[in-house]
Design a protein around this ligand. Structure first.
Ligand SMILES: Nc1ncnc2c1ncn2[C@@H]1O[C@H](COP(=O)(O)OP(=O)(O)OP(=O)(O)O)[C@@H](O)[C@H]1O
Ligand SMILES: [Mg+2]
Length: 585
């Protein structure tokens, strides 16, 4: 029971008040339903009693006061009253359903949005250690699980308990002893059913949650690596991996769906058996059949009224149990969302801080870094300083830690030791203000499925994009001829991850994207490695014109790329050495 109430701990007080209103509305709704069902029977029985008014003088005089004369009028009035009752009841039910759906869907959207915001704001290291498939699953189903498959069923469970309690109370008035016996038996039955299925359902829930992430991963990987898959003829492998995890997922759901149907049959069988056995026992003890009828009538009534309720209680409780694993996994995130809402704190997502002033010098002091969980120390001791406006070449063998160093310089990774100072100020004092200075061309460019223009001004709304600037940077990145040849020009679509572009074109879009930001510091990680030497030379020439104004750090393996640099920083075995280019030659 405790775990069922856990869902309410993720709400702020004002949200809890809304929950209370919804539960209250649901209870009223359940009572109206009960009245609605109950009201048909008296009308039918009234139709079979033509002498009803004659037998009930007080009702007759009261009815006469309202203009109801005779049996026919009475039935017509009763029917009209019922029409009214049903209309009101269903209007109410529509309102209550809307209230419930609005609440859960609004919060589902809100929580999924908050989860997405949360993941966007997490440090880069978090993303290095988490598969996107898991994050996809969480954002996709996190809000849905919490609200549509846990919160609403919990509401329904509470209402069901209240409705069953109400029916039971009515029975107490009719026949207290039977009511207590029946309730005791039902409670024991519900308890036994919940207890005996609990472990299996919890296990199925765990499996379905785990494999939901795994099958999404295989889906991503199989379709994401479609070219390699096709060339290596590994379609079957990816299909099998996908099917294997999806089968685990499907089997867990299958098990749950079946287990959740069983209680209905078990409850019905046990209740009918109990009633019939009682008749057999009574008869064998010598009770006359006629004497059993009154007791049996009440018992049967109680049992058949409470049976559906018992079944729903078991079903809802099991359903919640089944969905619990993802909720438990995300519980801390939910609490964090609540705490942000209570304290009116926002996640830092916007480019809100100003720019860190960079006028004189960039210095790197005793930088050290190792990836958590890996013994290898990637950077042992990196120290150098360069003046603003320098063109710095970063060289060293593959795996020497060049990209890792750049990730630290970008503020994506936090160094284990050492500092990066800009004009003497530690960039970690306000990393976002430092980042505001930088544009970066990574080793592999990620292109969004949009137009060339949207890719260059990445993250800007189409209406905010400065087309003249786009054209200017396209020219600088040697892309103007290519774009001019497109019928749609800068509005040509690049395809998912830029599949419609060549490797070199993708790289040049990356360069244009970095130049569009008009940075103070430009960091290039093998940014021209896919280009032919003529194009590379031309782009390097353009970038070199920026030298002096902006500081450029460029990682390159090719000697020609860095021919014109002012300094070289050579990475080897975790250490870096600053070389004047003439030393290098
Ligand atoms: N996320 C990570 N987790 C653990 N180890 C990593 C991670 N990323 C890189 N490494 C390791 O850190 C070392 C340095 O990698 P890095 O990418 O910085 O090399 P690099 O100098 O850029 O090489 P290249 O010239 O091939 O791009 C490598 O041994 C690599 O295996
Ligand atoms: Mg690298």
């Amino acid at each position: 029971m405790k775990s069922f109430l856990k869902i309410f701990t993720i709400f702020t007080p004002s949200e809890l008040r809304r929950c209370a209103i919804i539960v209250a509305a649901m209870v009223v709704g359940a009572m109206l339903e009960a009245v609605g069902i109950g009201a048909i029977l008296p009308l039918i029985s009234l139709m079979g009693q033509p002498d009803f008014l004659e037998r009930h003088a007080e009702i007759q005089s009261y009815a006469a006061g309202m203009g109801i004369e005779g049996h026919r009028d009475l039935i017509m009035a009763g029917a009209l009253a019922l029409i009214f009752l049903y209309a009101i009841k269903n209007l109410y039910m529509a309102w209550q359903t809307k209230l419930q759906i609005d609440f859960s869907l609004r919060y589902q959207v809100y929580f999924s949005g908050q989860l997405m915001a949360n993941y966007l704001s997490k440090p880069y290291m978090f993303h290095l250690n988490h598969n996107t498939a898991t994050l996809l699953r969480n954002v996709n189903s996190g809000g849905q699980v919490a609200f549509s498959t846990i919160l609403i069923p919990t509401f329904m469970l509470l209402t069901e308990l209240i409705t069953a309690g109400t029916i039971w109370l009515m029975l107490v008035f009719v026949d207290a002893f039977t009511a207590i016996v029946v309730a005791g038996l039902m409670a024991a039955l519900i308890y036994a059913l919940l207890k005996s299925f609990r472990r299996k359902i919890a296990e199925a829930g765990r499996v379905q949650n785990e494999y939901a992430a795994v099958y999404i991963k295989w889906l991503n990987q199989g379709l994401g690596a479609i070219k390699e898959t096709k060339v290596m003829r590994r379609e079957r492998f990816f299909l099998e991996e996908f099917l294997e995890s999806y089968t685990f997922y499907g089997n867990a759901n299958r098990k749950f769906l079946f287990l959740n149907q069983l209680p209905r049959m078990i409850i019905e069988t046990l209740v009918v058996c109990a009633l019939l056995l009682m008749i057999v026992v009574k008869l064998s003890l010598g009770t006359a059949p006629g004497d059993i009828v009154p007791l049996l009538g009440v018992l049967a009534l109680a049992a058949f009224r409470l049976m559906p309720s018992a079944n729903r209680i078991v079903n809802l409780a099991n359903g919640i149990k089944f969905q619990m694993p993802l909720f438990e996994e995300l519980y801390r995130e939910f609490l964090a969302i609540k705490s942000r809402a209570v304290h009116r704190r926002e996640l830092k997502l916007a480019a809100d801080s100003g720019k860190l002033s960079f006028q004189r010098e960039l210095s790197v002091e005793n930088l050290g870094f190792a990836y958590p969980g890996r013994e290898e120390i990637v950077l042992k001791e990196v120290s150098f300083h360069v003046p603003k406006g320098a063109f710095v070449g970063i060289v060293g063998p593959s795996g020497a830690g060049k990209t890792t160093f750049v990730d630290i310089l970008l503020g994506l990774l936090r160094p284990a030791k050492g500092r990066i100072l800009v004009d003497g100020v530690d960039v970690w004092q306000d990393i976002r203000a430092w980042q505001a200075n930088i544009a970066y061309v990574p080793q592999t460019i990620y292109l969004i499925d949009g137009t060339i223009r949207e890719n260059i001004a990445l993250g800007m709304r189409p209406e905010d994009i400065d087309d003249d600037k786009v054209r200017r940077v396209l020219k600088m990145a040697e892309l103007h001829d290519f774009v001019a040849a497109q019928p749609e020009g800068i509005n040509a679509m690049v395809g998912e991850r830029g599949v419609r572009l060549s490797g070199g074109q993708r790289q040049r879009i990356g360069i244009a994207r970095a130049l569009y930001q008009e940075p103070e510091v430009l960091i290039l990680d093998e940014a021209t490695s896919s280009l032919d030497s003529a194009t590379e030379e031309s782009i390097t020439h353009t970038i070199l014109k920026l030298k002096g104004e902006i500081t450029i750090l460029s990682i390159a393996h090719r000697v020609s790329t860095l021919a014109e640099c002012d300094f070289k920083v050579k990475f080897a075995e975790g250490e870096a050495m600053l070389l004047e280019p003439m030393d290098k030659k």
